[in-house]
Design a protein around this ligand. Structure first.
Ligand code: SF4
Ligand code: SF4
Length: 64
């Protein structure tokens, strides 16, 4: 069954860190101050980061 995971568009992300604070599983880090990076092993695809992102840079995608 496909699992949902957050996917950050690095070209849109402004590295504000809102998603990192919002994630209940602490699955997001800001990579070298440039963009949000999701740890797909930890992310459960809940979508809270997507709702919180002011730049609309996060999509929830299905992963196998
Ligand atoms: S979808 Fe949920 S678990 Fe995954 S990174 Fe976003 S807030 Fe965290
Ligand atoms: S909330 Fe959006 S713009 Fe801000 S760091 Fe996360 S993905 Fe990037």
């Amino acid at each position: 069954m496909a699992k949902k995971r957050a996917n950050v568009n690095k070209n849109i992300c402004v590295a504000c860190g809102v998603c990192r604070l919002e994630c209940p599983r602490e699955a997001i880090k800001i990579h070298q101050g440039c963009y949000a990076l999701v740890n797909e092993e930890i992310c459960v695809g809940c979508g809270l980061c997507q709702k919180a992102c002011p730049a609309n840079a996060i999509e929830i995608k299905e992963r196998i």
